[in-house]
Design a protein around this ligand. Structure first.
Ligand code: MCA
Ligand code: AMP
Length: 477
């Protein structure tokens, strides 16, 4: 008999499990609602979940996992082109969406189930699916081409959440507060399944602002998750709201991830709340790799130490330089461990290419070790990957979308440093004829892909800088 992914759902209590702006469920109610849904899903392979930040989405995910069906979370703001790709690639055999959602055509054609929490049917005969059953296919951008689906097993999810519990002393007494989207690892795997695996609770805030967060902590939230853009905006608010700052300071842990938290924002939050933000580092493909532990002295600018069971090594930056790492201690971050994905869906070659010949996953990040054994990330190998608001965005995907616009002859998309977003997407465009309106190009990308992938700025130029081989030299932009 396999180990249960959610022990607290086997012997459900009247303790709070999930709280969203649209409603709350105890463990007993969640077990009932998810079991009703699981009974209707069993036998399917993969279901798309229209991942709004709502209770029905969370119930949908838990119900699918209970039935042993893999979840493909879909950004509800996904554009037409990207959705077409995801549906063709993942071939979900059903879609879970709230009863009131007007689904786009590619999903509306599928059999539909509702993860509605009002469906308290219960009674699903539970057999725990095998640990190597797929739990998720989560799409992530690469440097070129459309997003790739990273497949995670139940075993990987369980191992990673348990390693995080060890790092953060995360227990059933913790209530997590966040306002993250539910279609990525951060908000969904860590942010929804994390509390449920511990038997604790999640309070989804809807939005991340000082007043809402202060009320949540006053009401019992002990842990907070956010991306650096959210902490940056919070720091601005807290400077003017000392009551909220004091309330938030009574939380046990503030955790940041998905992109680098600047040392400046780290200091602003510490100054306001008295709490040092703990950073953790991971990728969609690897789940979480390193974390500043609850009992560690926080070193701003680092992402903590490897989680129990995870190995992290630094490899020479230039493949042919036989030395272990460069003189300044910088190396390419390579990893292995129990939380890693089992591969990209339908892309065996890309899966092989993402690993070294001796089987480590190459993250594409560049790091160094600090004397205390923490990892500091200093950059990425590819200029074609942009991190904006904590979202990973592939330049190639946006360039392809822009090239479909009749007003664009040539384009290079780059990430430019931004105080709020970390990096902002900038499109450098050689127009075909007279330049189109910048907003028209921005809306074109927002509709084909998703609004978070839209350029925040469009610069028109006469020509792109190219090397002798004709390749665009992005570093010169
Ligand atoms: C703007 N909008 C548009 C357009 N422009 N809609 C259509 N067409 C347009 N041209 C809309 C947006 O949909 C949105 O609507 C509003 O305008 C603002 O959009 P935007 O400016 O993009 O949002 P923001 O305020 O800048 O968002 C900041 C954010 C967000 C909240 C921090 O970036 C975010 O949620 N980030 C989280 C990323 C994340 O979870 N990453 C995890 C992946 P409206 O106002 O209605 O909302 S990384 C991961 O999982 C790994 C493992 C890890 O390490 O964690
Ligand atoms: P994604 O593919 O969206 O999962 O993004 C993964 C990437 O996010 C990593 O390769 C890192 O570049 C970045 N990342 C995640 N967490 C952190 C962090 N705490 N500090 C700096 N970068 C991070």
């Amino acid at each position: 008999m396999s180990q249960p992914l959610f022990p607290a759902l086997l012997d459900p209590s009247d303790r709070l499990a999930l709280s969203f702006p649209d409603g709350e469920l105890t463990y007993a109610q969640l077990a009932d609602a998810a079991a009703g849904l699981a009974g209707r899903l069993v036998g399917r392979t993969r279901v798309a979940v229209w991942a709004t930040p709502t209770l029905s989405s969370a119930v949908g995910v838990v119900g699918a996992l209970m039935a042993g069906v893999a979840v493909v979370p879909i950004n509800p703001r996904i554009g037409e082109r990207e959705l077409g790709h995801v549906v063709a690639d993942a071939a979900p055999d059903a879609v879970l969406a709230g009863p009131d959602v007007d689904l786009p055509a590619a999903l509306a054609a599928l059999p539909r189930e509702s993860g509605d929490f009002r469906d308290r049917v219960g009674g699903f005969p539970r057999t725990e699916p095998a640990p190597d059953t797929s739990a998720f296919v989560i799409y992530t951008s690469g440097t070129t081409g459309p997003p790739k689906g990273a497949v995670h097993t139940r075993a990987a999810v369980a191992a990673n959440l348990d390693a995080l519990a060890d790092a953060w002393a995360w227990t059933d007494r913790d209530r997590l507060a966040h306002a993250l989207p539910l279609f990525h690892v951060h908000g969904l795997v860590l942010g929804v399944l994390g509390p449920l695996r511990r038997g604790g609770s999640l309070q989804h805030l809807g939005g991340f602002d000082a007043a809402g967060l202060a009320t949540a902590v006053e009401g019992g939230a002990t842990m907070v998750f956010g991306v650096p853009t959210q902490y940056h905006r919070l720091a601005g608010e807290l400077a003017a709201n000392t009551d909220a700052a004091a309330a938030i300071g009574r939380a046990r842990l503030l955790v940041s991830g998905s992109a680098a938290l600047t040392v400046v924002d780290h200091a602003r939050i510490k100054e306001a709340t008295g709490l040092a933000v703990r950073e953790r580092y991971g990728l969609t493909e690897t789940l979480i790799l390193t974390a500043a532990r609850a009992d560690d002295e926080v070193e701003p600018g680092t992402v903590g130490r490897p989680l129990a069971g995870t190995e992290v090594r630094l490899a020479p930056l230039a493949a042919d330089s036989g030395s272990p790492v460069s003189d300044d201690g910088l190396g390419a971050v390579e990893v292995r461990g129990p939380g890693l994905f089992s591969g990209y869906l339908n892309l065996p070659d890309a899966t092989v290419a993402a690993h070294t010949s001796d089987g480590w996953f190459a993250t594409g990040d560049i790091g160094r070790w600090t004397p205390s054994g923490a990892l500091a990330l200093v950059g990425r190998m590819a200029t074609d990957l942009i991190k904006s608001g904590g979202y990973k965005i592939g330049a190639g995907e946006i360039e392809n979308a822009l090239l479909e616009h009749p007003g664009v002859a040539e384009v290079a998309v780059i990430g430019v440093p931004d105080d709020d977003l970390g990096e902002r997407v900038v499109a450098v465009v050689v127009p075909a004829g007279s330049p189109p309106a910048a907003q028209e190009l921005i809306d074109h990308v927002a509709a084909l892909l998703a609004p978070h992938k839209r350029p925040r700025e469009v610069r028109f130029v006469e020509a792109l800088p190219r090397n002798d081989m004709g390749k665009v030299q992005k570093r010169r932009l």
